[in-house]
Design a protein around this ligand. Structure first.
Ligand code: ZN
Ligand code: ZN
Length: 141
């Protein structure tokens, strides 16, 4: 997943109509730098480890605000929702066992998306996203 240079984050928040608060900035920075899809407990745990203790309610509201503004997106699987950064569109894999969410690059699946349009008559735009459920490598051993 792509990361966003840290100095651009306050501007990015403002562009999306969000006030630049400490929790928003820290959460966005963490999502961007981790390159992972993280749950609310993951984010609050990681922020605490970094010396930025926000309570889970604050972190949850922050993640929802970032999602509503289009800066982040939520992926539903087993367990808590996982949030990722929306800087570059991507498809998702979801592990049905542990809930891990992975990225699939859009470019490499362009033909698959065209085939889906053919088969289902569903015209997929640039924001279209596949959600593929299975078991991740860690859970198949
Ligand atoms: Zn994602
Ligand atoms: Zn797994």
């Amino acid at each position: 997943m792509t990361t966003i240079p840290a100095p651009d984050l306050p501007a990015l928040l403002r562009q999306h109509g969000l006030r630049c608060t400490a929790s928003r900035l820290s959460t966005l920075r963490l999502l961007s730098s981790s390159g992972e899809h993280l749950s609310c407990p993951d984010v609050s745990g990681e922020l605490e480890r970094l010396g930025l203790p926000f309570d889970q309610t604050t972190v949850y509201r922050t993640l929802e605000a970032l999602t509503a503004a289009g800066l982040a997106h939520a992926v539903h699987g087993p367990g808590p929702k996982r949030y990722g950064i929306s800087s570059e569109p991507h498809h998702h894999t979801v592990c049905e066992t542990c809930g891990h969410v992975g990225d699939l690059p859009i470019e490499q699946l362009r033909e698959v998306m065209e085939r889906i349009t053919e088969l289902a008559g569903l015209h997929t735009g640039t924001a279209a996203s596949l959600l593929l459920y299975g078991r991740c490598v860690r859970c198949t051993v």
